[in-house]
Design a protein around this ligand. Structure first.
Ligand SMILES: Nc1nc2c(ncn2[C@@H]2O[C@H](COP(=O)(O)OP(=O)(O)OP(=O)(O)O)[C@@H](O)[C@H]2O)c(=O)[nH]1
Ligand SMILES: [Mg+2]
Length: 516
C-alpha cells in the first residue's frame, strides 16, 4: 500500500488547491491589521487561512456534488506498487554510467555530481541502504547492456561481491524492459532506473487524491512493460500465445485491455477533479487575490520561502528531495498590505522521463492561471546553472502564457551559506531560512503583480461629503483612510485597476491624486 515502504511518509499538513470551501475559496478569516505588515515566521493573528474547511489529507472535495458511482477511489486505482519493491528494506548499489565524450556527454555537470543526486534520491527513502556507489564509463549508454564488454564485466564483478545486495539503481532516465531483464539476469538482483525510484518517492509522499491519481497514471507505462516481460516469459515456458477460454482474447490482450480501462478510469477521475478546479478558479477570480506560483528545482527552498513570506507555521520544509508533491496555497501580504496567494509546487528534477512530468502536468496547469511565477534557485548548489536550465525547459514545455515567462522573478536563495555573495542584476538575493532579503523580494513581487494585473496603488484626497469614498469602496480596494476632521476630507489609499482609475478621473475631475 501507499507509503508502506518508507517510514518517513508523514502526512504533510497541506491544503490542496482542489479542496473546496463553500463560497469564496480564499475567504479571509481575519483581515490584516492596518499598517501592520505581516512579519516572516511569526504565525499569529495576521494569518489568513485558505479555505474554511481546514481538513488535512483527503479533504472531501465532493461535498454538495453528486457522487459518481462508477468512480473508483484513488487507492484502488493506485493498487499495489508495480515497482515490485515490496515494503521491505533495500540494500542497493548506485551505478552511474558516465559518458565521457561525444554528443551524449552531459554539459554543466560531472559524473560525481550526478551520482550525488542519485544518492540524495535514495537517501529520502528511509529503509534503503547504499552499499556502494560506482561510476563507470561508457561510450554506448543506449546499447542493450549500457556498458562496453570490459567495463560490464568489471561492474558485474563488483556488484556480485556486495553482501546481501537486493537491487542496483542505474542512474539513467529510463531503461527498456529488455535491458532491465538482461541486467537483472546478469546481476541476480532487481534493477531500478530514475523513473522507478522517483515514482517510488512520489508514492511515499503523495497525500491528496490528485497526487495519487497522477502517480497511478505515471505507473501505467511500467505496468505495460512488466506485462510484456511476463508474457514473453510465459510464452518461452509454454510456447505460443494462449487464448483465455472462450473469450477469443489472448492473455496479453486481456491484460492490455484491463490496463487501458484502468488508464481511462484514472484520466476520467483526474478530469473530474480538474473540472471542479475550474469552478474554484472562477470563484477565486471573484475574490481577486493575485496568485503567485513559487517554482524551482527540488530542495531549492520553495516551501521555506513560502513559510517565511506567510508565517504559516504548518508548512514543513525538509532537507529531502520531493518533500512537496501537492500544490498547496497560502495567503500572505505584499508591502502595501495587498493580500496574495502563494502557491507551493512540486520541485523539478533533471532527466525525468517526459511522461512522468506529463502525469503531473494537470497540477502544474494551475500555474497557467497565476499572475506571477517566482523561480527559486539554490544558488549554493554546484549544479545550480544546470538546475536553472532544466526548470526553464520544463516551464517552456508547459505551454504557459508568454507574459508569465517574461515577468518571472528569479530568486537566489540560501545566500547565507555564501561568504561573499555577488549580487546579480536580474535576481533577488535572499535567505528564506534566515529571513534576509524578503522585504526586497516582496517589493519586487508587488511591482510585477501590479503590472501583471493592470493595477496601481495611489492615494486620493476625497471630500467626505461627496460620493468619492463610497465609489472607491465599490470599485477599488481601499487600504487606508486617514480623515482630516478640520476640513472634512480624507486621504484614501487604494489599489485600483487602470480602467477603474480612468472612470474615477472622468467622474471626479477635480480630485487630487498622489501616485507614489
Ligand atoms: N542555509 C539555508 N538553507 C535553506 C534555505 N532555504 C531552505 N533551506 C533548506 O533547504 C532544504 C529544502 O527546503 P524546502 O523548503 O523543503 O525545499 P523545497 O524547494 O520546498 O523542496 P521540495 O518540496 O522537496 O521540492 C531544507 O533543509 C531547508 O531548511 C536558506 O535560505 N538557507
Ligand atoms: Mg517543498
Amino acid at each position: 500500500a501507499l507509503g508502506a515502504a518508507a517510514g518517513r511518509c508523514r502526512p504533510l499538513p497541506a491544503r490542496s488547491l482542489g479542496a473546496a470551501a463553500p463560497g469564496c475559496l480564499w475567504a479571509p478569516l481575519r483581515p490584516p491589521g492596518r499598517g501592520e505588515p505581516p512579519r516572516a515566521g511569526g504565525g499569529g493573528p495576521r494569518k489568513w487561512v485558505v479555505g474554511a474547511g481546514g481538513g488535512e489529507e483527503e479533504e472531501e472535495e465532493d461535498e454538495g456534488e453528486e457522487e459518481d458511482e462508477d468512480e473508483a477511489e484513488p487507492e484502488e486505482l493506485l493498487g499495489p506498487s508495480p515497482l515490485a519493491m515490496g515494503p521491505g528494506a533495500q540494500r542497493v548499489a548506485v551505478v552511474h554510467p558516465a559518458v565521457k565524450w561525444g554528443p551524449k556527454k552531459p554539459q554543466l555537470t560531472t559524473a560525481e555530481l550526478q551520482i550525488a543526486e542519485a544518492v540524495a534520491l535514495v537517501d529520502t527513502l528511509q529503509n534503503w541502504t547504499i552499499l556502494d556507489k560506482i561510476i563507470i564509463p561508457t561510450k554506448t549508454p543506449d546499447k542493450k547492456f549500457v556498458f562496453g564488454k570490459g567495463n560490464f564485466q568489471v561492474l558485474t564483478e563488483k556488484i556480485k561481491k556486495l553482501p546481501h545486495l537486493t537491487a542496483v539503481f542505474l542512474n539513467v532516465e529510463r531503461i527498456s524492459s529488455l535491458t532491465k531483464k538482461e541486467l537483472e539476469d546478469a546481476w541476480g538482483v532487481k534493477v531500478f532506473d530514475r523513473y522507478i525510484v522517483v515514482l517510488h518517492i512520489f508514492r511515499c509522499n503523495a497525500r491528496t487524491k490528485e497526487a495519487k491519481l497522477q502517480i497511478a497514471l505515471a505507473e501505467i507505462p511500467l505496468l505495460r512493460s512488466n506485462l510484456k516481460n511476463e508474457v514473453s516469459q510465459l510464452d518461452q515456458q509454454r510456447g505460443g500465445s494462449r487464448y483465455i477460454m472462450g473469450s477469443g482474447e489472448t492473455f496479453m490482450e486481456t491484460q492490455n485491455r484491463l490496463l487501458k480501462e484502468k488508464e481511462l478510469k484514472i484520466r476520467y477521475a483526474l478530469e473530474k477533479l480538474r473540472r471542479k478546479r475550474s469552478i474554484l478558479r472562477n470563484q477565486r477570480k471573484k475574490c481577486e487575490f493575485p496568485i503567485i506560483s513559487v517554482m524551482g528545482y527540488t530542495n531549492c527552498g520553495k516551501t521555506t520561502l513560502i513559510k517565511a513570506l506567510t508565517g504559516e507555521a504548518g508548512l514543513q520544509p525538509k532537507d529531502q528531495l520531493f518533500a512537496t508533491l501537492d500544490i498547496t496555497a497560502h495567503a500572505g501580504y505584499l508591502p502595501s498590505h495587498m493580500p496574495v496567494i502563494y502557491v507551493d509546487t512540486i520541485g523539478f528534477l533533471s532527466d525525468l522521463p517526459h511522461n512522468l512530468v506529463e502525469s503531473f502536468s494537470a497540477t502544474l496547469e494551475e500555474v497557467a492561471y497565476s499572475d506571477l511565477i517566482v523561480h527559486v534557485r539554490d544558488i549554493t548548489h554546484p549544479e545550480t546553472i544546470l538546475q536553472k536550465a532544466s526548470v526553464l525547459s520544463v516551464l517552456k514545455n508547459l505551454n504557459l502564457p508568454s507574459h508569465l515567462l517574461e515577468s518571472m522573478v528569479e530568486v537566489h536563495n540560501k545566500v547565507d551559506l555564501i561568504e561573499r555573495y555577488k549580487p546579480e542584476e536580474n535576481a533577488v538575493a535572499i535567505s528564506a531560512l534566515r529571513g534576509h532579503g524578503l522585504e526586497e523580494l516582496k517589493e519586487e513581487i508587488e511591482k510585477r503583480i501590479l503590472k501583471a494585473t493592470g493595477k496601481k496603488i495611489l492615494t486620493v484626497k476625497v471630500n467626505l461629503e461627496g460620493a468619492q469614498l463610497s465609489w472607491l469602496y465599490k470599485q477599488a480596494t481601499v487600504q487606508e483612510v486617514e480623515v482630516t476632521p478640520e476640513d472634512g476630507t480624507a486621504s484614501v489609499k487604494v489599489i485600483i485597476s487602470n480602467s477603474a482609475f480612468g472612470r474615477y478621473q472622468k467622474l471626479f475631475p477635480n480630485s487630487k491624486l498622489f501616485i507614489p
